[in-house]
Design a protein around this ligand. Structure first.
Ligand code: 5RP
Length: 290
């Protein structure tokens, strides 16, 4: 029982000061409830409003990818530089220390391996499992124009419903089949559909004209790293993306397949969080490598 004796009258009401209510820092997210905003603030840095997501979920369809053969040795040391980790529940449970406190973005769709038609994915996790693993977001592949377009949209909308019920964000990942042209027109179509259907944020590819993609999408967009490029090219792509409205990167191979992944992720952070130019970030990379 609280001590009820000698209770002092409350007096500091500051009646002349209007009640302060801060708008949430992420585009299109102001209406969300406290829990989902809190989880988003554990994915995106509230100071820069951006994120460096470290993606290493590739094994869910392609097995032990180069650079991901030993998550414990190659990836765990990088986690301190990431704002959030994008991974499967199997790798989370077996290989990531539970003392990791930043956001977890769980791979939530899957099914076919690289030996089959990739777009034929289903939801691959229950909402209870996502909650149990303390996920901040669930990531689902969406194949606009693909053979299983409707099924992948259905996966997205089911996860959005479940995620909204419990305050977990949904990341729609726009996957582009080989037969489709990866240009601003297509990426605008794919990202806008994901936002319209309820995705909390969207991951897509950087393309020329990217400022029209971010302008037309009412929720945050992060770019996928894509296949390994020379370091300067990857830094330039990240720079162009954030300068043209992206809220960060979700980068995998360009980090974990770099010859010095720890240096590369720090250089990417410089571009994303500090607005460093590609050359400044490259100089940092060389310095850290040295
Ligand atoms: C797999 C994914 C990957 O997480 C994504 O492609 C990021 O990795 P990378 O930078 O290597 O492309 O969504 O479908």
């Amino acid at each position: 029982m609280a001590d009820a004796e000698e209770i002092q009258d409350a007096a500091r009401f500051h009646v002349e000061v209007a009640h302060h209510s801060e708008p949430f820092f992420l585009k299109g997210c102001n209406h969300l409830d406290w829990g989902i905003k809190n989880r988003l603030a554990n994915i995106f840095d509230p100071t820069s409003g951006r994120t460096v997501m470290l993606a290493f979920d590739h094994g869910y369809f392609q097995g032990p990818t180069r650079g991901l053969e030993r998550i414990d040795l190659d990836i765990v040391p990088l986690t301190r530089y990431a704002d959030t980790l994008m991974l499967t529940r199997g790798i989370l449970r077996t290989s990531i220390p539970p003392s990791y406190t930043r956001g977890i973005v769980l791979r939530a769709s899957g099914g076919p391996s690289i030996l089959k038609e990739l777009s034929n994915e289903q939801i691959a996790i229950s909402i209870e499992e996502a909650i149990r693993l303390n996920a901040a977001a669930m990531a689902v592949q969406v194949f606009i124009g693909g053979e299983y377009e409707s099924q992948s949209i259905h996966n997205l909308t089911r996860l959005v419903d479940a995620g909204n019920r419990y305050g977990i964000a949904t990341l729609a990942v726009t996957a582009v089949g080989r037969e489709l042209t990866r240009d601003a027109r297509y990426i605008r179509l794919a990202t806008r559909i994901c936002a319209e259907l309820g995705a909390t944020y969207v991951k897509t590819y950087y393309v020329p004209g990217f400022e029209t993609v971010t302008a037309a999408c009412p929720v945050p967009i992060v770019i996928a790293g894509g296949k390994k490029q020379p370091e300067m090219d990857a830094l330039r792509m990240a720079y162009n993306a954030v300068q043209q409205g992206a809220s960060g990167v979700d980068m995998g191979r360009n980090i974990f397949q770099a010859d010095n992944p720890a240096a590369m992720i720090q250089a990417v952070r410089k571009v994303v969080h500090d607005n460093a130019t590609p050359q400044e970030a490259f100089d940092l990379l060389q310095q850290l490598k040295g």
